[in-house]
Design a protein around this ligand. Sequence first.
Ligand code: IUR
Length: 471
Amino acid sequence: MFFNIILASPASGSVDLGWNLAAMLSIPDLIKKKRDGEKLSDEEIKLFIEAVTANTAQPCQIGAMLMAIYLRGMESAEIQTLTREMMLSGDVMSWPNEWKKLVVDKHSTGGVGDKVSLVLAPALAACRCKVPMISGRGLAHTGGTLDKLESIPGFNIQQTSEQIVGILDSVGCCIVGQTERLVPADRVMYAMRDATSTVDSLPLITGSIISKKGAESLSALVLDVKFGRAALYKDLQSARELAQLLVDAGNGLGIRTGAALSQMECTIGRCVGNSLEVIESLETLKGNGPDDLMELVETLGGMLLMMTGLVSDLSEGKKQISDVVIGGAALSKFQAMMQAQGVASETAASLCSAHTDYYSILRKSEHQMELKASADGVVQDIDGLILAQVIHKLGAGRSKAGMPVNHSVGAELLVSLGQRVKKGASWLRLHYEDPAPSQDQIVQLQKALTVDHSETTQQRQSLVAEVLLPQ
Ligand code: IUR
């Protein structure tokens, strides 16, 4: 089966802005207007995004406008227009009619040990959804889904639009990198945000994230907005504010959009690091997943099933997702997706078999080291930010775009929150190569574990604090 994929709506064509506006407005005028705290009109935002895309705006002008937006903010109508114009700066995908209600995706604002996509995409495909998941690489201390998948030999994250349609038709899900032609305005603006200290601007984050989801022509989108010490936003209130903006912008583009606010203090699951997270994802797809990871997968998946109308309430949606994971249907989809994205069929089959020797396929680090608990007691806290920062420096992450990562570097938690431990018991297995961890890094890691002398063990807290669903 072959489909017409792209509805090209590039911004390169000339746009009729009306003679008076086009004649009167220049980029410095627009910058001045925003600099002085005024609202930009739809035409003015369109003009600016077109100039960014066509490369007619100078880098200093783009930087100045980004800073003006950062300092002055944008009203909800401006954010809506910014998002739409960014989306229209490149290709917008289109899907066969019969998929119209079923095309879904998820976006997370970045976590530690966040391997949700690897389980969620095939689980949704097993529930009849079409999931063209466009993912990213690691940012700062947070890992990237594409880096994780590339630890599987042969996995090709670069697929053309035609190939994406083919994989969705035959398998139902794919996890790929952004293509060159999708939202080119974001590519320019994102790089400049990094260089101008304007990354953490709510309107710019919203435009960047939702424009890319809009270009996927989704029917439904769920956002996993994290809060806590290892998240972009540290407190629930600011995460809620971002979530509401993202939900409004998504719904404004006609995508049924919901959000979950989830805690990001420790790690999601027990493993952090690329190959280790692939192993934990495969174990989850074989029914042996940690409770916190399953909770996120079920909640985000259940919300999407509800938003597509495939189920009528959230609990039914969560149950369907849980059933396809526990029953193995999601694992079969993951195997088929690996094969469709370039992994040899024997490799994909072996990774998905019941008793896999994972390290016969995935690279194991040359060295492992176990860290020991320094006191008897109950595990009260494990600081996910410290774990992420140390393994990032040991090579699991990159300090500059384009640098390679060491897929074998990572950490495995050997204890859970609320568990009783004995002094001297191993609590963390560190996987490393070159560089080896310094004494200072070991001291840092030891500070990540808090054990106290209370007698009682505590129940695991739910990760999902709140859910926002469209009306
Ligand atoms: N991811 C994006 O796609 N855009 C952003 O602005 C951020 C993360 I922050």
